[in-house]
Ligand binder design. Structure first.
Ligand SMILES: [Zn+2]
Length: 353
């Protein structure tokens, strides 16, 4: 929906016309994995989380050409508070979870263009004690011809021998993991599936996630900021208040112990509505963060709630300059968010009736 709206706004020229009203103070981009295209063929349900280094570079150049100043997250927050409406708009780049390819493929691009950046680090992934489950699930389903799971409280064998079968199973397991199982039960089931299918979860984390030495080397670069992203990457809204506090505190303790840093910024794991509720915002606000970021799409505005800051996700399916141009001028987000509110209102009424 967002991509279609962006293309319409671009082709009609409406986005450019609306920019003075919708551009506000600028925006913060969310990225995850950055790696070349060649590894993205076939069954790749997490492809939306991956962009190429070339797309990252084109976006940096495009943002500057559109008149935005690329700044650190701290400077972006300063900028939100400025009183000068004529001040140059800003853009910040953030990377969630701590993928190793951020160092291998994104960092050379960021360095070349002197772009400040933040990585929101999930400390349990770096410790190899917590599971980057969506990547693990992809590997399990890709390598299996069938999968036996207790979905629906009885063991079922699901066919994974074809690409369509793999897509169906992944979607079913994704729903089960994120809507039906609790956050901790989800990891228990993932570990069971990994053991059955011979996937070494620690080796997967070694392959995909930065280690502490690599993060320490990044910390020597003034372009780099460490952000907090909890220890286990649980959806906070699905936890009790105490478990939320524990997971945020554990993440901070590990970052302090390994990197000697106390992050000023936090990103909610997943960051979308189902993972961030009023209670999780309240709990996060009790820590000494300057701001906490969601993945609700939107622009930086003075009136924004500092513990529900918007970000704009770079989606691997839409690595397109026309779409980025609309992200930069902010035109799609008021319409998109209004349509989402209407949809959520309709589904809430249906649920209550
Ligand atoms: Zn994350």
């Amino acid at each position: 929906m967002l991509a279609t709206g962006c293309r319409l706004l671009h082709s009609s020229g409406m986005g450019r016309l609306l920019a003075p009203l919708t551009g506000h103070r600028g925006l913060v981009f969310t990225l995850h994995s950055v790696r070349p295209q060649s590894r993205m063929h076939g069954f790749a349900p997490n492809r939306h989380l991956t962009v190429t280094p070339e797309f990252l570079e084109r976006t940096i150049v495009q943002a500057r050409a559109a008149g935005l100043r690329i700044v650190s997250l701290a400077e972006a927050l300063d900028h939100v508070e400025t009183d000068d409406p004529a001040a140059q708009r800003v853009c910040a780049f953030t990377f969630d979870d701590g993928y190793r390819d951020n160092l291998i493929h994104a960092y050379p691009v960021l360095r070349k263009h002197e772009v400040p950046f933040t990585i929101f680090v999930t400390s349990g992934f770096v410790d190899r004690s917590s599971e980057i489950w969506w990547e693990a699930l992809e590997r399990i389903v890709r390598g299996a011809s069938s999968i036996e799971t207790p979905i629906g409280e009885r063991m079922r064998t699901l066919d994974a021998s074809t690409r369509d079968g793999k897509v169906r199973i992944y979607d079913r397991l994704l729903h089960w993991f994120t809507k039906e199982l609790g956050e901790e039960s989800q990891r228990v089931e993932l570990r069971r599936l990994a053991a059955v299918h011979g996937l070494d979860l620690a080796a997967l984390a070694d392959e995909l996630i930065l280690d502490w030495d690599e993060l320490r080397s990044l910390c020597r670069d003034p372009l780099f900021t460490v952000g907090a992203h909890t220890h286990n990457h649980f959806a906070l809204a699905r936890l009790s208040r105490t478990r939320m506090q524990d997971d945020i505190a554990a993440g901070l303790e590990r970052l302090a112990a390994e990197l000697g840093v106390t992050p000023q910024v936090f990103a909610y794991p997943y960051g979308f509505e189902a993972a961030v509720n009023h209670q999780s915002q309240e709990v996060v606000s009790q820590f000494n963060f300057r701001a906490a970021f969601t993945t609700h799409p939107g622009m930086l505005e003075r009136k924004a709630d500092r513990f529900a800051m918007p970000r704009v996700s770079m989606n691997g399916y839409f690595q397109d300059a026309a779409i980025v141009s609309q992200y930069l001028n902010g035109a799609p987000f008021p319409i998109y968010n209004m349509l989402r509110r209407i949809r959520d209102g309709v589904s809430l009424r249906r649920t209550c009736s």
